[in-house]
Design a protein around this ligand. Structure first.
Ligand SMILES: [Mn+2]
Length: 191
């Protein structure tokens, strides 16, 4: 079973994350922020990665950042040696006015290029900055490369949701086992 489990308790936050890559997209998410819960539920649903996440803490920024860190670490742990996975994934997702493209490489070369082009600083009960910061924290702790680009869009809710769904679909492909090859997908023979 490709399961990753992380618990992290600091003076600022108390986080618990359990994920299963070969799931059905079932989730139980409780982070104190309705919009983050909404985005993580969508991420689970469309990636088919089961997620159980609870998070408490002092400040919004700390909680949202630390959920990103723990989810990234759990994801990287669940991938194990990455033998036979597709490694790359990409997707476009529209949501009304918004169109977002996600391209990932989960082969262990951390990089982020995230251009969400939010039109204002708030998205529901979180800030646009915190949505961005979550994605950066997740990316580096998953040790993956994420290029996430809003191609068009005005509504921050739609942009965020399309971004998480596009990321979900890209990850759904990248973590899948390849039909043809069962080796580690790198010319180096190691990831
Ligand atoms: Mn929504």
């Amino acid at each position: 079973m490709r399961v990753g489990k992380i618990t992290r308790k600091t003076k600022e936050t108390d986080i618990s994350v359990k994920i299963e890559l070969d799931g059905m997209g079932k989730s139980e998410i409780d982070t104190e922020f309705h919009f983050l819960n909404h985005l993580l539920t969508a991420l689970s649903k469309h990636s088919l990665i089961d997620m159980q996440i609870t998070a408490k803490g002092d400040l919004a920024h700390h909680i949202i950042e630390d959920v990103g860190i723990c989810l990234g670490q759990a994801f990287n742990k669940a991938l194990k040696d990455k033998k036979g996975i597709k490694r790359f994934g990409s997707a476009y997702v529209p949501m009304d006015d918004a169109l977002v493209r996600a391209v990932v490489d989960i082969g262990g070369r951390p990089w982020h290029n995230i251009e969400l082009n939010f039109k204002s600083t708030k998205v529901e009960d979180v800030t646009a900055q915190d949505v961005y910061h979550f994605l950066v924290s997740f990316t580096y702790n998953a040790i993956m490369n994420l290029h996430l680009t809003t191609l068009t869009g005005d509504d921050n809710h739609h942009i965020s949701e399309a971004a998480f769904k596009a990321l979900a679909l890209a990850l759904k492909d990248a973590v899948r086992f390849d039909d043809i090859q069962s080796e580690i997908p790198s010319t180096k023979g190691v990831l």
